[in-house]
Design a protein around this ligand. Structure first.
Ligand code: MTE
Length: 320
């Protein structure tokens, strides 16, 4: 790993840890940091501000991880959607490297007792990092399995003491066309905005992510801070977050605003509700090759046992 002339870390392909090596290192780290401590009385590693680059400390959360083989680091970091850096899947890996991810501030506002602009270090410091291997399903009917490193969003939100008027949470990406050249083109309305209902945001599966494969998140995957909501289509998982706002009304999200008949606010993975232009019944797992058989898409991306109760009584064709 080296610094580019813009001060960013630049991972050369030869420096990428192969999955087998990574997983044996991870087993050692999980053993050293988490499992041994857990056996010794349930202690967790002391939290510390994660570094701006390189390896992250974490414990492996087996309970919330799927047992499927993760995609390679290369698959996960070279086939991306991040329109701030272009609309081609290969654009973010080419053009996001120059984004300055330090210093970074997050503004917390709206219906909460505590609000204000907080440096990233203070956002992260109290939260021990966990690794969770999640399925990730894009609305475009491809999917992957990713070892994310992060912590539950709810743990952060609670620190700001949301009031009874906080019914939703709105998230905003950085707006800086000089650094994010895709924002000079009106393919979407900028900045990118996403939202969750409060109970979705507080659900323990919802993660704020700072890393993958045990390392600081590559810029193309949303550094320094992104959301992951594993039972929803990938577009809900907003990258490069600078704003979090508690709202009383449903946030106007970017994709729902761009094409309201195609992208709903909820965007729960649902094989029974097709996108108007393609089926959502199956998906192509990245890395399997073009001729690999498509696999069935699961309701709520397979997380139904944990999350279906959030939507009890709702017509999920209407609230898609
Ligand atoms: N966040 C921002 N700010 N801009 C984007 O264009 N694309 C979304 C989501 N978050 C996007 C974004 C979409 S459509 C997907 S599928 C995922 O990011 C892709 O995440 P990945 O590149 O880490 O796989």
């Amino acid at each position: 790993m080296r610094k580019t002339d813009t001060g960013q870390t630049d991972i050369h392909p030869s420096e990428i840890t192969p999955a087998e090596v990574y997983f044996s290192r991870r087993a050692l780290m999980a053993g050293a940091l988490g499992l041994a401590a857990a056996q010794a009385g349930g202690l967790r590693p002391a939290s510390a501000t994660p570094p701006a680059s390189g390896l992250l400390p974490f414990t492996f959360d087996r309970r919330d991880s799927v047992a499927e083989a993760p995609n390679t680091f290369e698959d996960i970091s070279t086939y991306n959607n991040y329109y701030e850096f272009g609309t081609d899947k290969s654009d973010p890996a080419k053009y996001a490297g120059g984004l300055r991810t330090r210093p970074w501030n997050v503004t917390i506002g709206g219906a909460a007792e505590i609000t204000g602009t907080v440096p990233l270090e203070d956002i992260l410091k109290p939260h021990p990092l966990q690794e969770r291997i999640y399925r990730f399903r894009c609305v475009e009917a491809w999917s992957m399995v990713v070892p994310w490193v992060g912590f539950p969003l709810g743990d952060l939100l609670r620190r700001f003491k949301p009031t009874a008027n906080a019914k939703y949470v709105e998230f905003k990406t950085l707006y800086d066309p000089a650094q994010m050249p895709g924002q000079k083109v009106p393919v979407l309305s900028w900045p990118y905005v996403e939202g969750l209902r409060m109970d979705e945001a507080m659900h323990p599966l919802t993660l704020l992510v700072v890393g993958l494969y045990g390392k600081v998140l590559p810029n193309q995957n949303g550094a320094p801070l992104r959301l992951i909501v594993p039972w929803k289509y990938g577009f809900k998982s907003i990258k490069a977050i600078v704003g979090i706002r508690f709202t009383e009304t449903q946030p106007a999200t970017t994709w729902a605003g761009a094409a309201p008949n195609e992208y709903g606010f909820y965007a729960n993975v649902n094989p029974a509700v097709d996108h108007p232009r393609w089926s959502q019944a199956t998906e192509r797992r990245l890395g399997g090759g073009l001729f690999a058989p498509r696999i069935p898409t699961l309701p709520f991306n397979g997380y139904g046992p944990q999350v279906a109760a959030l939507y009890r009584g709702m017509d999920l064709r209407k609230y898609f």
